[in-house]
Design a protein. Structure first.
Length: 138
């Protein structure tokens, strides 16, 4: 049964909020909204099978759900991740569950992005993104 109270905030862990803030300031992401970074983190978490449920949640949240709901590409991405994770279309009936799954993958994925951008591997980030784009275009 779907939750009755609609989720309005996307959350992250307290210690991970600073990671989002640092990544947002980096040369790669400085012009991007947190919604873009969150979706990229969720996609990377999913791709790397790095699902980490939130522990010690940042009470202020990360961003408003409406920023995702108002963007069809973001919404579709997170829907696809949730469907693949649960192996069921039924998950789409519970938007809260879709976002909880996305939060867990983003929680793992933001750690991957952080390592790629800041651990003397910035060039690796460039190469991996370029590789993924080229692979999709062929």
């Amino acid at each position: 049964m779907a939750n009755t109270k609609k989720k309005t905030i996307i959350y992250c862990e307290k210690k991970i909020k600073a990671v989002y803030d640092d990544i947002k300031k980096s040369a790669y992401f400085k012009d991007l909204d947190l919604s873009v970074i969150f979706c990229l983190a969720a996609a990377y978490g999913f791709k790397k099978n790095n699902y980490k449920k939130l522990i010690n949640v940042h009470s202020g949240g990360l961003l408003r759900v409406e920023y995702i709901e108002n963007n069809n590409e973001f919404k579709s991405l997170l829907d696809a991740i949730a469907i693949s994770h649960t192996k069921s279309l039924e998950v789409l009936l519970d938007r809260n569950q879709v976002y909880e799954i996305a939060e867990a993958y983003a929680n793992g994925g933001i750690r991957v992005l952080n390592q790629m951008v800041f651990d003397d591997r910035g060039a690796d980030f460039d190469k991996e993104i370029e590789f993924e784009i080229n692979k999709r275009l062929k």
